[in-house]
Design a protein around this ligand. Structure first.
Ligand SMILES: [Zn+2]
Length: 360
């Protein structure tokens, strides 16, 4: 698939640094690496590329090739980060991933217990609809507003360098973008904002705590007469905590001061994020025997997971998706570790209690 030059340039900003190495494989599946002409290629990365190229791939269409290239990039990146310790899928299939014949528009991919990675074609054919649905959700909860000039605006109290990228891309978004650019927008920028909104709404205390630990924030709040201790905040109901969170941004701004929202208060989504998540499932699968797998994936564990406030608080440090099930928490945390993100000790101990792979 040819990508217009202008878009390639823009996309290039967010593509990981090893794109050129992967790019040498060309666009046909399983093409051999031209070792004689690629002077920068070392024995290690030839080994990594061979491992990637040896995975059987089924069903990838021409339109899906840029997505397959992103997947190969993510696998290469993970092998490099883990010095080859990470395991890769046994097989990769591009197909419609349906349960009981029902379309699952939103799920990008899934991994079977046998470590077959299935890329869900239904997600990609419905990608514009998926983006619109998620945008409408943000609008419905008031965390994205439409300005009189027609531009979308994110909430002021959720503003940092990463959420501002989302705001910019959202205003640029257009249905004629190439598939991989839409995919990056949806699963990188938009996904990051979803993680922020989840934490603010469900566990504002976590966001407040991370704000207090950042830069001059605490000093500014004291100067503005807005400082509260953790104990004071904990005595407030969740809605009041959220209101306090909004107030500290608005009221300091009114006094000419700026509170910084740390980027890493939640999972930082990169273009590798989704596939690192899936590779997290692959590597987690290999850590578990069938009995452990059945327990972690069972309904009893799920009920505890979704109803235990402490577990839910820990999950909100990562993402809303992590809060849905133990396996999703492990896979999302794995992607944070693959990206070198520093994590709270509570996240790490929950991850290890579920036998999350420690290969970083
Ligand atoms: Zn998953």
């Amino acid at each position: 698939m040819r990508i217009p030059v202008l878009i390639t340039r823009i996309v290039g900003k967010t593509v990981p640094k090893n794109i050129n190495v992967i790019g040498k494989m060309g666009s046909s599946i399983g093409a051999q690496l031209p070792i004689t002409t690629a002077t920068a290629v070392t024995r290690t990365n030839v080994n990594f590329l061979n491992r990637i190229n040896n995975i059987p791939v089924h069903g990838v269409s021409v339109e899906e090739m840029p997505i397959f290239e992103m997947l190969k990039n993510s696998m290469y990146d993970l092998l490099a980060t883990t010095k080859g310790k990470a395991r890769l899928p046994k097989e990769i299939r591009f197909e419609r991933v349906r349960g009981n014949g029902l379309i699952r528009k939103q799920g990008v991919a899934c991994v079977t217990r046998e470590n077959v990675l299935k890329i869900n074609r239904d997600y990609f054919t419905h990608i514009d609809e998926n983006i619109q649905t998620n945008l409408q959700d943000f609008i419905d909860i008031g965390l994205i507003t439409r300005q009189p000039n027609g531009k979308y605006k994110i909430a002021d109290f959720l503003r940092n360098s990463k959420s501002e990228i989302f705001e910019t891309r959202l205003n640029e978004y257009n249905k004629n973008w190439p598939l991989d650019y839409k995919f990056k927008f949806h699963r990188t920028s938009m996904n990051y904002y979803a993680n922020l909104t989840y934490q603010a709404r469900h566990n504002p205390i976590v966001m407040l705590e991370n704000i207090m630990k950042t830069g001059e924030n605490q000093k500014i709040l004291k100067e503005c007469g807005l400082f509260k201790t953790r104990a004071e905040i904990l005595q407030m109901p969740k809605e009041k905590q959220l209101q306090y969170l909004k107030d500290i941004f608005n009221k300091t701004q009114a006094q000419g001061k700026k509170i910084l929202l740390p980027e890493d208060t939640v999972l930082i989504t990169t273009p590798n994020y989704v596939f690192h998540h899936e590779l997290g499932h692959v590597n987690h699968n290999l850590m578990l025997n069938n009995e452990q797998h059945a327990i972690f994936g069972g309904s009893e564990k799920l009920l505890e997971w979704q109803n235990n406030p402490k577990i839910q608080e820990v999950c909100s440090r990562i993402s809303g998706y992590a809060s849905s099930a133990p396996f999703e928490f492990v896979a999302d945390t794995f992607s944070c570790l693959a990206n070198g993100q520093k994590l709270h000790p509570d996240v790490m101990s929950l991850y290890q209690s579920l036998k999350g792979p420690m290969i970083f």
